[in-house]
Design a protein around this ligand. Structure first.
Ligand code: ATP
Ligand code: MG
Length: 417
């Protein structure tokens, strides 16, 4: 199945000069790939008619679809429409319906209408108009010699709804197939190692394609299959997922679940289990992340931030001897913190974090040394992390990685029931 190719041309000198960030291109790219259209080029051009014409001409020589944003406004430097219409050899006409909407929009905003606003209602003959309820300039699609040109306004709050409500449906109606993605989430394996293990699969796989995305301590693999509209993509996705699981299954924590905490809350609710936590160096981050997930109230009992030793002893109930003998940052303290939390909150599972987030370390407790305790009837353990990174913000990094590991252990504990 051959896919249509598209490219994006964002018009605006401000973009070119770096005064504003090109968020439109990012939004359009991600929506188009979801609609099964391949993007091969993105470019930015200033408000200059000659260079704009050249850029549009080049785009139309190599892509099926050209999407522009910006330059649809009423002023003299808004010239995308005029320039591209001339290139295509189509005349502009006054679209009375658009002109009426513009007049109404101005009236509703109590703003004065000027003659040059009429310029915004001038559209190429034969185009499909995309209304703009959030602004004045309508967008449109026009077909010429087998090519499609779509023009959208520059302001993101006008562009995005027009893209979602008009441009994408317009393009989808013309396409026979669609893309279906499945996201596999991994924790505890680096992007480079995962890529190494999957190198040949990633290189050889065309349908679905396999692409990695890394974020702090995690990797996501996106499998994207192209299928005929309305048909099920599992027959393409399942075998590739199996192949991936065969080499990295122990690190896979979720499918289409967006993050560790969502996976954990899902697993806890499915198993009807409850969890609590006792945190030192993460300062409540584990609790915060769990409570980001809607539905966490059914599974999360509560947490204690026992930062100072006195809180570990008097609030949580850790034995003073344990801290005296092994230190607050120790496997023994971590395990006892988890046991105390499970008892206090009467939860099925409890997790604890104690460590040194820096920036000052000592010889026996270096920065990044973290112990995570997990306590549940079938699975109790302490893991040791040695988080390393040369970084100005080592504290945030250690906290993030430690909290991720704690949540990963909750998931593991769920599986032990
Ligand atoms: P207007 O009618 O407001 O003039 P327009 O369609 O002519 O709209 P531009 O004049 O090119 O669009 O841009 C208007 C504003 O929209 C810019 O000042 C900027 O804030 C925003 N904008 C334009 N292009 C982009 C882009 N690619 N990404 C993010 N913001 C953009
Ligand atoms: Mg403008």
């Amino acid at each position: 199945m051959s896919a249509k190719t598209a490219e994006i041309l964002c018009v605006g000198t401000e973009l070119l000069m770096g005064n504003i960030v090109n968020t439109n291109a990012a939004v359009i790219s991600s929506e188009l790939s979801g609609a099964g259209i391949d993007i091969y080029h993105q470019s930015v051009i200033g408000d200059n008619p000659e260079r704009l014409k050249d850029a549009a001409e080049l785009a139309l020589s190599r892509s099926d679809i050209l999407i522009t944003t910006g330059g649809l406004g009423p002023t003299y430097d808004d010239l995308t429409k005029e320039t591209v219409a001339k290139l295509l050899g189509v005349e502009l006409y006054l679209d009375t319906e658009s002109w009426e909407s513009i007049k109404q929009y101005f009236a509703s905003m109590n703003r004065e209408l000027t003659e040059n606003n009429k310029k915004q209602a001038m559209l190429p003959v034969g185009c499909t108009v995309f209304p703009n309820p959030n602004g004045t300039a309508p967008g449109f699609a026009i077909e010429k010699d087998g090519k499609t040109v779509i023009m959208l306004p520059g302001p993101p709050r006008e562009m995005k709804p027009m893209l979602l409500n008009y441009a994408i449906p317009y393009l989808s109606r013309k396409s026979k197939d669609c893309l279906v993605s499945r996201n596999l989430y991994f924790f505890g394996i680096g992007e480079a190692v995962l890529e190494q293990r999957l190198k040949s699969l990633m290189e050889s796989s065309r349908n679905p394609t396999v692409a990695p995305y890394a974020k702090t301590g995690e990797v996501m693999l996106r499998l994207t299959a192209r299928v005929e509209k309305g048909s099920d993509a599992s027959y393409l996705l399942d075998p590739v997922q199996k192949e991936i699981e065969a080499v990295a299954g122990e690190y896979l924590y979720g499918v289409d679940c967006s993050d560790l905490q969502t996976a954990a809350v899902r697993a806890l609710s499915n198993a009807r289990l409850t969890v609590s936590c006792a945190e030192s160096c993460t300062g409540g981050l584990v609790a915060e992340r769990i409570t980001r997930v809607s539905g966490s109230s059914k599974v999360f009992r509560g947490g204690i931030v026992s930062y100072d030793n006195s809180a570990k002893i008097s609030v949580l109930g850790v034995k003073p001897e344990t801290i005296e003998r092994f230190g607050a940052v120790s496997a023994e303290t971590a395990l006892e913190m988890a046991q105390c939390a499970a008892k206090l909150f009467r939860s099925d599972i409890a997790v604890s974090v104690t460590g040194n987030a820096g920036p000052q370390g000592s010889e026996d407790k270096p920065v990044g040394l973290v112990y995570i305790g997990i306590c549940s009837p079938g699975y109790s353990d302490v893991i040791t992390l040695n988080v390393k990174r040369r970084d100005d913000d080592i504290r945030s990094y250690v906290k993030e990685i430690a909290s991720s590991n704690a949540i990963r252990l909750i998931l593991k504990a769920c599986q032990s029931f």
